[in-house]
Design a protein around this ligand. Sequence first.
Ligand code: APR
Ligand code: ZN
Ligand code: ZN
Length: 362
Amino acid sequence: MKAAVLRENQKPLEIEDISIDKPGPGEVLLRTAASGLCHSDLTVIEGGLPFPPPCVLGHEPAGVVEQVGEGVSDFTPGDRVIGCLSTWCGVCKFCTQGRPYLCPSQFEGRPEGSAARLSDASGAPLGQFANLASFAEQMLCPERSLVKIRDDMPLDRACLIGCGVTTGLGAALNTVDIPAGASVVIVGLGGVGLAALQGARITGAGRIVAVDTQSWKFEMARQFGASDCVDASEGDAVAAVHEITGGGADFVFECIGLVPTVQQSVAMTGRGGTTVLVGVVPIPQMASIMPADLTLQEKKITGSFMGSNRFRFDMPKYVDFYLDGRLKLDEMISSRIGLAEVNDGFDRMRKGEVARQVIVFQ
Ligand code: APR
Ligand code: ZN
Ligand code: ZN
């Protein structure tokens, strides 16, 4: 089967014919239907998130079950599923606490010494990013990284829920508790930020301010529920947000992952407000903040990982939100591309020309 392989950081992915193993105990083999391109894949390509090549990236998939391994009872061939990197074990401290998205098992693949799930034409093992590796025609995943969805949900839109939508929507719906009428700022209107914006709207936030450097995104932001838009490429975005919100917002979601925008997000947060860091700043960059700003104004900063999801519970609900019209996904898709165009897709992402791009498999 065909896959896009990362051979070396900072280099284009290579389309290769690779092999995939049979499903072992607790594993499911899928035919990939669609995969979104997420900024975190690009961060791995560029070396800002450690995952050693050679490997297959892609972690925002939807697909159809082809075969199940021993002991798998939740899926049968033909099921339509979304894949999520938040694989959970069910018994660790985080899982039993109700925070399975922090489960350390998501960073483990097959047990040591077992055959690789993926290997190249020479038989050498290929890393499988996030237990998914969706830049490939087939995927072999732990059953606990999958959720079955309604048959009437189109898979080229369902895939977006696999990472970006869950990350953004969940940041607003799960990580923090936004009271009706609270002021919210979204910094960065990529797939993640546009989903956080929709989450803020769904919870009943008041003023919702959208901030980006690409003013063409503002029409979409307004359509998704933004009341105000700030062009960060023109003048002081922090001052503009203070002006609109009367001294800073109740909640600010940083959805880019840059040091300057993290600092701006803290500065945009008002007295008693909360900054939510959703974007992943490349490791090991540091950002400085003024602690007295937090103490004297009792501001909070929290990280939000994968939308603090319990994805088997959240994702079917997000599918319902889409099908009842509350969650806009069609508008988020800038283009549908083939696997062979994946590198062009990342170039467009680097230039900030797109909201979300989806690889559709035949
Ligand atoms: N100020 C405001 N907006 C900016 C700035 C800036 N200085 N720099 C970039 N942006 C905007 C871009 O124009 C774009 O609209 O931020 C947005 C980023 O969107 P994407 O690149 O599509 O990123 P996305 O996939 O949404 O992911 C955002 O979340 O999950 C994490 O790792 C992911 O860190 C990444 C972040
Ligand atoms: Zn992602
Ligand atoms: Zn666990």
